[in-house]
Ligand binder design. Structure first.
Ligand code: C2O
Ligand code: CU
Ligand code: CU
Length: 478
């Protein structure tokens, strides 16, 4: 990690200069903006999750690195991304959280043919929203994401919030064998019907857990992204007060989280602004205590001995400019409800779900452990999936999600961001929009969105084993 603070300080100047440049650019050009070109290649590779001295792990990677390269795009600027498939199996790329045309959404069978080995696919879209997003395959998802195919996608604001440093922590976890290889056994019914494939080794940006160097007095924008298959996280920053400024890329009213924990289900992102108010030379743990009795230190904020960067706390406002999301009209909304069913119950029994195939059927062969409204759609998405409901284009959908299971589920919608209205009857404050909503056992969540984007869209749990085993549906906008 970067410890050169003279660089960090001058970067702030750069950020401000960049913001000025963006403003003058937007004043200058109404003419067609040039399309940005990007290329990424999916192929097998090697990683060192234990650091340079650790064992070399066989992985699948974008451009040879796990996680893949950080794609930095600009809000409103068209981009063309060529994806090359050098894996030995079909793949696609899904741009998680980006509101884009349905044909660019990366769901094999549903929105595009899969990219065959040796072939390319060109994704073209214009990100309407600035924020922290990510990309990953939507084909053989459990195995492909579980072997390292994931990367961050940052859409830059025209005028970013003023900070000294912009840091990204992308979390992944791995179930490693004693010789440091990714363990087999993807899609076991045991994982699928319970908490999913939670690993035994967590990495941050592909590296083992290590200190995060900081300097007294600096203000950091921290972009957190949970790219784990199944692990939920809840981060506490000892001695610090992170202010949440965006969730799933969408700016919210800046707020300190209740009880101080930043909770991230798989696929969720949080942007937080943190003032480093500790003393020079001090150390403060960042603890993940989501699972009772399994708390561990994710990283330690390690202050260098330099005097504080500034005499007074940074007092610039932390709020981000909101993205151009259409405001739901609850008065005329269509009401829809989805009910999450299935999973393991007390006593080692599966709750009955429609189309269930029994404990012996491995999920990879289409076994179902979960259902939405009585139907189990398994796998990654496929041709001919019947939509659960259809919304007229431009209408507001008021969606109730009811978790009748005994498990946590980060429910993710493609193509839209949801205005989260209430949780178990209590209004959700801070004007939060999310593409992935974490539901505790028995939670009932109300949310709303404007169905302005035509196509067939997926809605699924992002514990990938759950998705593969039936916790998935499709709805249509036309
Ligand atoms: Cu990250 Cu179907 O999505
Ligand atoms: Cu998605
Ligand atoms: Cu789930």
């Amino acid at each position: 990690m970067n410890t050169d603070f003279s660089f960090a300080v001058s970067r702030r100047g750069l950020l401000i200069a960049a913001a000025g440049a963006a403003v003058s650019a937007s004043l200058r050009s109404v003419s067609a903006s040039a399309v940005e070109e990007r290329r990424i290649k999916a192929a097998s590779g090697q990683a060192r999750f234990g650091g340079p001295e650790g064992p070399s792990t066989a992985v699948w990677a974008y451009d040879g690195s796990v996680p893949g390269p950080v794609l930095r795009l600009r809000q409103g600027q068209p981009v063309r991304i060529t994806v090359e498939n050098e894996l030995n199996e079909d793949t696609t790329v899904h741009w998680h959280g980006i509101r884009l045309p349905n044909a660019m959404d990366g769901v094999p069978g549903l929105t595009q043919p899969p990219i065959k080995p040796g072939e390319n696919f060109v994704y073209e879209f214009t990100p309407p929203d600035a924020g922290t997003f990510w990309y990953h395959p939507h084909a053989n998802s459990l195995v492909q994401l579980g072997h390292g195919l994931a990367g961050a996608l940052i859409v830059e604001e025209a005028s970013p919030v003023a900070v000294d440093r912009d840091l990204l922590w992308m979390f992944q976890d791995w179930r490693l064998t004693t010789d440091g290889q990714i363990a087999a056994g993807f899609g076991s019914m045991m994982d699928a019907a319970m908490s999913g494939r939670v690993g035994n080794a967590v990495t941050v940006n592909g590296a083992p857990l290590a200190d995060q160097p900081v300097r007294a007095g600096e203000r950091v924008r921290l972009r957190l992204a949970n790219a784990c298959l199944a692990r939920m996280m809840a981060l506490r920053f000892e001695g610090h007060r992170p202010v949440v400024v965006a969730i799933d890329g969408q700016p919210c009213d800046p707020h300190e989280p209740e009880d101080g924990r930043l909770v991230l289900g798989p696929a969720m992102r949080i942007d937080a602004v943190i003032d480093m108010q500790g003393d020079p030379g001090s150390r403060h743990a960042v603890i993940d205590d989501f699972y009772d009795g399994l708390a561990y230190t994710l990283t330690t904020l390690a202050y260098d001995s330099a005097p504080p960067l500034r005499a007074h706390p940074f007092d610039a406002p932390v709020g981000l400019t909101r993205n151009p999301l259409p405001e739901p009209d609850l008065g005329t909304a269509e009401r829809q409800e989805i009910v999450l069913q299935g999973g393991m119950m007390g006593g080692g029994k599966l709750a009955g779900v429609g189309g269930m195939m029994g404990m012996a059927t491995p999920v990879m062969n289409g076994g179902a452990a979960w259902a939405i409204n009585g139907v189990s759609m398994t796998g990654d998405g496929m041709a001919g999936m019947e939509p659960l409901f259809t919304l007229p284009r431009g209408s507001t959908c008021h969606l109730t999600m009811r978790n009748e299971t005994a498990w946590w589920h980060p429910m993710h919608v493609h193509g839209f961001s949801l205005s989260v209205l209430s949780r178990n009857g209590a209004p959700v404050r801070h004007r939060q929009w999310q593409d992935t909503v974490l539901m505790a056992p028995k939670d009932v969540i109300e949310c709303a969105f404007v169905a302005d984007n035509p196509g067939d869209w997926m809605l699924h749990c992002h514990v990938v084993d759950h998705q593969m085993a039936g916790l998935m549906t499709v709805f249509r906008v036309n």
